[in-house]
Every structure is written in structure tokens, then in C-alpha cells.
Design a protein around this ligand. Structure first.
Ligand SMILES: Cc1cc2nc3c(=O)[nH]c(=O)nc-3n(C[C@H](O)[C@H](O)[C@H](O)COP(=O)(O)OP(=O)(O)OC[C@H]3O[C@@H](n4cnc5c(N)ncnc54)[C@H](O)[C@@H]3O)c2cc1C
Length: 439
């Protein structure tokens, strides 16, 4: 898309760090609310074309911008040189158009305990050794979407480091081929379909069939100081977590708006495969309209949060905190409702479709061809293909729903931030003024 005239401005911009260099939006430093908007809108376009996560690039932008700002602030306070290091690193990434994923979520062990209280100190990624030329880190990051195809893993803290947890206040960039990096691939049971010889109908486009997250283990990985951007300044870990969370949540809401639009398209198509014209059946027309409404609501919330982006003294921009967190919660509810609508419109085959092997087997083919017939002019094979896509989009054979709920933190986190930011005392004052109550 970056090479198509129509999308050039959406997918690329001139680097603000390297004069004359046209770079991917995914590794840009946001220099205006428009940059945040365009970068976030790119998520919708990619979701519509792939129907899945593209975190090997997407989440990187959030870490890149949060680190650009936080390294600036650390240097202001401590006179360190993290910001210059970071700029050297990101210029290299931009010039080579590399993919950066964000390694944020630690495995966390006992959720009731912080990093230093765990019986095993490796439940959160941390520094185990400081050498003259760099640091050695150990631990594991959970469910790292698409990390396996990224050029760099941008490691950041998942929680704010407390006193005594300085070694957990860590941010660094690690080339994906570094010694000591191990990926253990996700295996949701739906992936078993991929083991079938010659799978095609059951597989759909390889693009949509797989999410591809890994348990990403750092087994004593050495990181030279050039690629270390936070190493012990624990008072900045909270800021870092909050800044990247904002951008991630705005992107998540946009991404899910694309997923719901795909559901609307799939719902219309499965109606045709079933012999119905969705435009002529009032309740189905209403439901497809509802899908579009939900998608646009997610997109609108995300765009609003981006349009209201605020500047940071470093010159970068971040989406509005309150709007962003509300946008994320909006997409959680929207995905839940949308997947129910899709299941409703598709019918029971969405959860009970026979396999491609049954379609191809000489013993069963004639029965599948006879009894899985639907609308006139639609082949059974095409009907099965569309059911597989519906199954995938409804979360029946994908982790779309899990991603929707937990991406960029579980909903409790967003609710906490909303409660903290909403000035309810002020609102109470307005209400009392209107009611005539006087103190
Ligand atoms: C499909 C998918 C893709 C992902 N991709 C990435 C990625 O690319 N990069 C990345 O860094 N992360 C990624 N994540 C991780 C995501 O950020 C986490 O799933 C999320 O932060 C929640 O963590 P958890 O899954 O370990 O759930 P848990 O932390 O176990 O939470 C489960 C429930 O317990 C509650 N809970 C947990 N601890 C406490 C506590 N101390 N007090 C009160 N309540 C608590 C939570 O609110 C939640 O309701 C991905 C997740 C999914 C599902």
C-alpha cells in the first residue's frame, strides 16, 4: 500500500529525523495530531485486508513514541544520554524500514504480587547483570503478537517499578536474532486444522487464519548500551507504561472497527450463500446496519482520541487519555455484540461445519454436495469457505475476542484510568448548581 499513490500519504511520511527520507508511518515520531490520526487509520486499512493483527509493526509505533518522549524526560532530570541513543537507534530503523514489535506484557506469575515479590524473579523481564559495555536481561514476555516476524523487540516495562525494583525499570531494543531469544508459538486448538494435508477451504487465506503470538523468552540476552533506553530510573517506568498504553488503545479501537466492517461484509455474503438477499429481509438489514454502526462508533472514538492528541515537550504527540481509554472499552463491547450478530445471521453451520476432508472424500462428497447446498448459483465449496471466514471473525476459530478484551491491558485498567481522570467532583458541582442545592 505504501507504494500506491492512493495510500502513500496514509502509510508513509517524511522522517522528522532524516531529511528527505520517506518512512513508514509505523516507525514515525508523531509530530502532530494528524500524524497520530493517519497512523491509527492505517490500522483499519490493514485489518480490512488481512483480518488479523499486524503487531510486528503496529505496537512498535506506540513504544517508539513513548520512548522518544520518556528518554527526553529522563535526560532532562538525570543528565543521561538516553534520548540521543534512542534517536540513533530509530534513525537506523527508519532508514532500513525495519519492523519493531513492542514487548510489554510480562508473564507475571502470581498476579497478586509485584515483580520483586514473586517466588521466581524472572516473572518480569529484568536486568541480571550490568557490564562495562551493556546489560544482560532475563525473563519472558507473554502473547507477543507477530513478534516472530519483527526485526526488533522493543522491551518495555508492563508495570510501574517500585522501590527496590530498579532492575525491572528496563527498556531496550533487541535484534530478533540475538543469542538467548526463544519463541514458543501459540497453539489455540483451531490451529489444528492447519495440520490437514492440502488444507485449502478450511484454511482460507493464510493471511487471515493465524494470529501468531509467541511466548517470547529472553534467556540471558546481552544488550549493548547503545540499545538501552531505561535502566533503573524507576520513577519513569509509570510514565512510559501510560504513554504507550494510550496509543495502543486508540489503535486497538481502530483495528476492531475494521474487524467489525469485515463482519458486515461476511454477514452480507453468507446471507447470499444461504439463499437470502439481506437487503430484502428487514431484521437482517437492521442487524447489518447495526454492525456498521458499531464499527463506525469504534472508528469515531479512536479518531476523536487521536484528533485531541496532546503534545509532549520532546515534540511528540499522544492521543487523549480519557477518550482513548473509553475508545478501548467501546471496542470491547462492540466486538462482543458484533460477533453475536454475525453468529445470528450466519446460522448454526458457523459452529458445526464439516471439514474440507468430508467435502473431498469419495465416501461423503456426494452427501456434502447435496445437503450443504444453499442459495442458487453458490457452490457448496464457496459456501463452506464463507462459513470458515465467519467462524474465524466470530472468534470461533480465532483469538479475536481475547485480543479485543485484553489488548493494551484488561478492561479493569481502562476503568481505573477513566475513574482517575474524570472529574466527578466537578460534575457533582454542576448537578448541584442546576438542582439549586447551595453549600
Ligand atoms: C491475542 C492477544 C495478543 C496480545 N498481544 C500482545 C503483544 O503483542 N504485546 C504485549 O506486550 N502484550 C500482548 N498481549 C497481552 C495483553 O496486554 C494482556 O493479555 C493483558 O495485559 C492482560 O494480561 P493477562 O492476559 O496476563 O491477564 P491477567 O493479568 O491474568 O488478567 C486476568 C484478569 O485478572 C485481573 N487481574 C490481574 N491482576 C490483577 C490484580 N493484581 N488485581 C486485580 N485484578 C487483577 C485482570 O484485570 C483481568 O480481569 C496480548 C494479549 C492477547 C490476548
Amino acid at each position: 500500500m505504501a507504494q500506491e499513490d492512493e495510500y502513500l500519504g496514509l502509510m508513509t511520511r517524511e522522517s522528522s529525523l532524516i531529511k528527505g527520507e520517506r518512512i513508514s508511518r509505523y516507525v514515525q515520531i508523531h509530530r502532530s495530531p494528524d500524524d497520530v490520526l493517519k497512523r491509527t487509520l492505517a490500522n483499519r486499512e490493514l485489518q480490512l485486508r488481512h483480518g488479523t493483527c499486524h503487531a510486528a509493526r503496529c505496537s512498535g509505533t506506540h513504544g517508539i513514541n513513548a520512548l522518544f518522549a520518556t528518554t527526553y524526560d529522563i535526560d532532562q532530570k538525570y543528565g543521561t544520554d538516553y534520548h540521543d541513543r534512542f534517536i540513533r537507534w530509530i534513525k537506523n530503523v527508519q532508514s532500513k524500514d525495519q519492523a519493531v514489535d513492542l514487548a510489554s506484557c510480562d508473564v507475571k506469575g502470581d498476579r497478586s504480587k509485584g515483580p520483586s515479590q514473586q517466588s521466581d524473579p524472572d516473572m518480569y523481564v529484568h536486568i541480571v547483570e550490568k557490564r562495562s559495555d551493556g546489560i544482560v536481561i532475563r525473563g519472558a514476555k507473554a502473547y507477543q503478537s507477530c513478534a516472530i516476524v519483527a526485526d526488533w523487540h522493543l522491551v518495555v516495562p508492563y508495570v510501574s517499578a517500585q522501590k527496590g525494583e530498579e532492575n525491572y525499570a528496563l527498556a531496550c531494543a533487541i535484534p530478533s536474532n540475538s543469542k538467548g531469544i526463544i519463541h514458543i508459538f501459540e497453539w489455540p486448538s483451531a490451529l489444528a486444522g492447519r495440520l490437514q494435508d492440502g488444507a485449502d477451504v478450511d484454511l482460507g487465506l493464510p493471511d487471515y487464519g493465524i494470529h501468531g503470538s509467541t511466548l517470547l523468552i529472553f534467556d540471558n540476552v546481552f544488550v549493548p548500551y547503545d540499545n538501552v533506553f531505561l535502566a533503573g530510573e524507576r520513577d519513569f517506568s509509570f510514565q512510559l507504561v501510560m504513554q504507550l498504553g494510550k496509543l495502543q488503545r486508540a489503535a486497538a479501537s481502530m483495528c476492531k472497527s475494521g474487524a467489525i466492517e469485515l463482519m458486515a461484509g461476511a454477514a452480507a455474503s453468507i446471507c447470499r450463500c444461504n439463499g437470502l438477499d439481506w437487503k430484502k429481509i428487514p431484521h437482517i438489514k437492521d442487524k447489518i446496519t447495526k454492525l456498521i454502526n458499531l464499527a463506525v462508533r469504534c472508528r469515531g472514538c479512536s479518531l476523536g482520541a487521536c484528533a485531541m492528541s496532546e503534545s509532549h515537550p520532546s515534540g511528540s504527540f499522544f492521543s487523549d487519555d480519557l477518550l482513548t481509554n473509553a475508545a478501548k472499552l467501546t471496542e470491547v463491547e462492540a466486538i462482543s455484540e458484533a460477533t453475536t450478530i454475525l453468529i445470528d445471521i450466519a446460522g448454526g453451520l458457523i459452529g458445526t461445519l464439516p471439514s474440507e476432508r468430508d467435502l473431498k472424500s469419495p465416501a461423503t462428497r456426494k452427501y456434502i454436495e447435496k445437503y450443504l447446498k444453499g442459495g442458487a448459483g453458490v457452490s457448496v465449496e464457496d459456501r463452506m469457505r464463507m462459513f470458515r471466514l465467519c467462524e474465524y471473525l466470530s472468534g470461533g476459530s480465532s483469538n479475536l475476542r481475547a485480543a479485543s478484551v485484553h489488548t493494551a491491558g484488561s478492561p479493569a485498567v481502562q476503568n481505573l484510568i477513566i475513574t482517575a481522570l474524570a472529574d466527578v467532583d466537578k460534575l457533582e458541582g454542576y448537578a448541584e448548581m442546576l438542582s439549586g442545592i447551595q453549600h
